[in-house]
Ligand binder design. Structure first.
Ligand code: NAD
Length: 686
C-alpha cells in the first residue's frame, strides 16, 4: 500500500480510498497502491466485494500530467485495470466530483459504477494532444456505441451523471451517502462479475461513422491525435479487445512523447499557474457583486454579457441614449438567440435580465463594487469619464479601464485614490474571447490585482498580468508580428501568400485578413499620431498607408488588402493591391524574391520571440510563458504549437541566436535584437 491509498473493511466489503489531493490525480503512487489493494482484496477470503472511491471532493479527476513528460513508471494503468478485470470477485467504483481521463478509464475497468448526483465523467485526453491510453477507446464504445464514442472522446466531452446514467455509462445514481449506498450496491452484486470487455463489440454503418468523424475532426481541428482516436474507436469493430487495447496503448505512448502533446502540456501548465497565486496573499481581495460598465459600444455590451453570464449584477451606462439602446438591444439579442437555440431556458433569461439595468445617470453607479470603463480610446474622454467615476462611485469600489493602448497610470493619477485603479483589457468579442490582460499600475494595490484575478476566474476567462506599457503584452507582440509581415510584403510576398502560410500553420486567421476585418483606419490614425516622433532612419513600410489613402479601410469599405464584392464571405485577391505592393518595393529599390510558407512562418515566430524577450527585459511580463497564454487565448495562435516561448525552448539558444541574427539582417534598421535568455527563464511551474 502507498500513502495515497487507504483501505478499510465494511464487513465483507473492502473500501479502497484514493487520497491524492487536490484532485486525486492518478500518479505512480496511486496506481501502485491500487494494485496492491486489489491483490490484498483478491487474496482475502473474508471479502466478497470491493469499492474504489475518492477521498475529499472528487474521484480521480485525471492523470498526473507531470509524469507524461518522462518514461511512465510501473505499474501502468492498464495493469491496474487488468488486475481488476482478472479478479474473480466484484470491484465497483463509487464516483463523485469528476472521473476524468485515467480516472474514468479505471471506472470503466470495474464491474459497475455508482455515482453521486452532480458527478461528471469524460475522456479529455484529446485536448492534451494524446488519446485515452488505458482502454477508454475500447471499453466506452462497448457501452454506448461507435457514434457517441467518437463524439465524446474526440470532443473531450464532460458527461453529466444524469446523461451518463441514461446512456448506461454509470449503473446507479444516488443523491446522498455515496459510500453507504455503494456498500449496499456492491453487496447486491456479489458473485455477479460483469466486465465491459465481455460485452459484444458494437457495429456502425460506414455513413454514420463518416458523418461522426467529419464532425469530430472539425471540432478537433484535424489534429493527428483526433484522427487516431477515431481509428482506435472504429478498431473495436474488427479487433479483439486485447488487440484493440494493445494498439491503443502503443498509439498513446507515441503521441504522449510527441511535440504536439508536449506543447499542449506546456500551455496547460502555463494557464494553470495563472490562478495559483490566488488566496495566498495576506491582503483580502474585495468580493465583487455589482459591476458598472461605462460605455455601451462594442466592448461595453460584450463585457456586460460576460458579466451577466457569470452571475454578476450589471449596470451599463452610456452618455448617448441611442448608443445605450443599441447596447441594450445587442445584449437582449444575444440572449434571445441562446434561448431560441435551446442553449438557455426562458426562465433563466428572466432571472438573468433581472440583474441587468441600463442608465445614463452617473449617480446610478454608486452601488457598484467594480466600475469598468469602455468608452472611446481618447485620453481626454477617459479623463473626463474617470472624473465622473471618481465623483459618483463608492470610495471602496475598484476602477478599471479597458483601454488598448493608453497610459493607465496617467488615467489613475487624475483620481483621488490611484491604488484602486487598474486595467482590464478584454478582447473582442468580449463575451467570447478568453484572454483578459490585467494591467498592474504603479499605484495598484496588490489586493486589487487579486480581486481582478478572482473576477476573471469567475468570468471563465484566462488572465495574464501586464505592467502598464504601450500595447501591454499581446498587442506589443502582435504589432511586431504584423510589422514583420509587412516587411515580407515589401520583400516579395503578397498578402494572400502570407495569410495562407500562417493559416496553414494553424493561426485562426492570417494578419491581413484580420487587418481587413478590424479596419485599417484605426492603425493608420495611430501611425499618423506617431509620425512626428518616428525615427526616419528606421525601416517603414508605406503599403498600409497607400491602401488607406486610396480609401481602402478593409471589409467595411468593401476593399483593403483584399476585395470584398457584395455578399462575399471572404476577401478575394485584388490585382490593384499587387500593384501597390510592387510599386512600394520598386520605390525602395528592392528586388522582389519568392518566399516559402516555411520561411514566412519562421520569420513571424522569430519576430514574436524577439518582442517577447524585450517584454521580459522591460519587466512588462512577469512570467515569460504568460506570453504564450496570451497569444493562444487572444490572438488565434495554434494551441498545439505551444506558443513562441515553447518553440524557442525547443530550438535551443544556439539555433535561436543564429536565426535571430538572420532575422535582424532581413528586418533592417530599427530592428533591435533582444537579450534572448529571458525566453528560457522558468518560474518553477514546469
Ligand atoms: P465604441 O465606439 O464601440 O463604444 C464606445 C462607447 O462609449 C460609445 O457607445 C460611446 O457613446 C460611449 N462613450 C463615449 N464617451 C462617453 C462618456 N463620456 N460617457 C459615457 N459613455 C461614453 O468603442 P469600443 O470598440 O467598445 O472600445 C471601447 C474601449 O475598449 C476603447 O478604449 C478601446 O480601445 C477598447 N478596446 C476595444 C477593442 C475592440 O476591438 N473594439 C478591443 C479591446 C479594447
Amino acid at each position: 500500500m502507498t500513502s495515497k491509498i487507504q483501505i478499510h473493511h465494511e464487513a465483507d466489503v473492502m473500501v479502497i480510498t484514493v487520497n491524492n489531493p487536490p484532485i486525486n490525480a492518478g500518479s505512480t503512487e496511486v496506481r501502485k497502491g491500487l494494485l496492491d489493494a486489489i491483490h490484498l482484496f483478491q487474496d482475502d477470503a473474508n471479502l466478497a466485494a470491493a469499492i474504489i472511491i475518492g477521498g475529499g471532493s472528487t474521484f480521480i479527476a485525471g492523470s498526473d500530467i507531470k509524469e507524461f513528460s518522462q518514461p511512465l513508471a510501473e505499474p501502468h494503468l492498464p495493469s491496474v485495470i487488468a488486475a481488476i478485470e482478472d479478479c474473480p470477485k466484484v470491484v465497483i467504483c463509487a464516483l463523485h466530483g469528476a472521473a476524468l481521463g485515467g480516472g474514468f478509464e479505471l471506472a470503466l475497468g470495474c464491474d459497475a459504477r455508482i455515482a453521486l448526483e452532480g458527478t461528471v465523467v469524460g475522456l479529455p485526453e484529446v485536448t492534451l494532444g494524446i488519446i485515452p491510453g488505458a482502454g477508454g477507446t475500447q471499453r466506452l464504445p462497448r457501452l454506448i456505441g461507435i457514434e457517441k464514442s467518437i463524439e465524446f472522446i474526440c470532443g473531450g466531452v464532460r458527461i453529466k451523471a444524469v446523461e451518463a446514467l441514461k446512456l448506461g455509462i454509470i449503473d446507479k445514481l444516488v443523491t446522498e451517502d455515496l459510500l453507504a449506498n455503494a456498500v449496499i450496491y456492491a453487496r447486491s452484486l456479489i458473485g455477479k462479475k460483469s466486465r465491459i470487455r465481455d460485452i459484444a463489440a458494437p457495429h456502425a454503418e460506414a455513413d454514420v461513422i463518416l458523418a461522426a468523424s467529419q464532425k469530430a475532426l472539425k471540432v478537433g481541428k484535424q489534429r493527428p491525435n483526433v484522427h487516431q482516436a477515431i481509428k482506435m474507436i472504429t478498431n473495436v469493430m474488427t479487433m479483439s479487445i486485447d488487440q484493440g487495447l494493445a494498439t491503443e496503448r502503443e498509439v498513446f505512448q507515441t503521441l504522449r512523447v510527441g511535440t504536439e502533446a508536449k506543447a499542449l502540456r506546456h500551455q496547460f501548465f502555463a494557464e494553470r499557474k495563472l490562478f495559483k497565486a490566488l488566496g495566498n496573499k495576506e491582503s483580502k481581495p474585495k468580493d465583487l457583486k455589482r459591476i458598472a460598465i461605462i460605455g455601451a459600444g462594442t466592448m461595453g455590451s460584450g463585457i456586460a454579457i460576460a458579466c451577466l453570464s457569470a452571475g454578476y449584477s450589471v449596470l451599463m451606462l452610456d452618455q448617448n441614449e441611442t448608443a445605450l439602446q443599441n447596447g441594450v438591444k445587442k445584449i437582449s439579442d444575444f440572449y434571445d438567440a441562446r434561448v431560441a437555440g435551446g442553449k438557455m431556458a426562458a426562465d433563466n433569461l428572466t432571472t438573468l435580465l433581472n440583474r441587468f439595468t441600463s442608465s445614463s445617470e452617473w449617480s446610478d453607479i454608486a452601488s457598484a463594487d467594480l466600475v469598468i470603463e469602455a468608452v472611446f480610446e481618447d485620453m481626454q474622454v477617459k479623463h473626463a469619464v474617470f472624473e465622473q467615476i471618481d465623483t459618483h462611485a463608492n470610495p471602496q469600489a475598484l476602477l478599471a479601464s479597458n483601454t488598448s493602448y493608453l497610459d493607465i497610470d496617467a488615467i489613475a493619477a487624475k483620481t483621488k485614490n490611484p491604488s484602486r485603479v487598474f486595467g482590464l483589457h478584454f478582447f473582442s468579442p468580449a463575451q467570447v474571447m478568453k484572454l483578459i490582460e490585467i494591467v498592474r499600475c504603479k499605484a495598484s494595490d496588490p489586493s486589487v490585482i487579486e480581486a481582478a484575478l478572482q473576477f476573471t476566474k469567475r468570468l471563465g476567462k484566462t488572465p495574464v498580468i501586464s505592467a502598464n506599457a504601450f500595447g501591454f503584452i499581446g498587442n506589443r507582440i502582435y504589432n511586431a508580428y504584423r510589422r514583420q509581415c509587412e516587411f515580407m510584403l515589401e520583400e516579395g510576398a503578397y498578402p494572400e501568400q502570407i495569410d495562407q502560410a500562417l493559416e496553414g500553420y494553424g493561426f485562426a486567421m492570417g494578419p491581413f485578413a484580420v487587418a481587413d476585418m478590424s479596419g485599417l483606419d484605426i492603425a493608420w490614425a495611430m501611425r499618423k499620431s506617431l509620425a512626428a516622433t518616428r525615427n526616419p532612419d528606421h525601416r517603414y513600410v508605406s503599403i498600409p498607408d497607400a491602401l488607406c489613402l486610396a480609401g481602402r479601410f478593409g471589409r467595411k469599405t468593401g476593399s483593403g488588402y483584399y476585395l470584398y464584392p457584395q455578399g462575399a464571405k471572404s476577401g478575394v485577391v485584388d490585382p490593384v493591391v499587387k500593384g501597390v505592393i510592387d510599386e512600394a518595393s520598386a520605390a525602395k529599390g528592392i528586388t522582389r524574391r519568392s518566399f516559402t510558407a516555411q520561411e514566412i512562418v519562421q520569420r513571424v515566430l522569430l519576430a514574436m520571440m524577439n518582442e517577447i524577450a524585450h517584454l521580459v527585459s522591460e519587466k512588462v511580463v512577469g512570467d515569460v510563458t504568460d506570453c504564450d497564454v496570451a497569444l493562444v487565448n487572444g490572438y488565434g495562435f495554434p494551441r498545439w504549437c505551444g506558443g513562441p516561448v515553447f518553440i524557442a525552448r525547443e530550438m535551443g539558444m544556439e539555433k535561436l541566436r543564429s536565426e535571430m541574427d538572420a532575422l535582424a539582417k532581413w528586418s533592417g534598421p530599427g530592428f533591435v535584437k533582444a537579450e534572448l535568455s529571458g525566453l528560457f527563464e522558468t518560474h518553477g511551474s514546469e
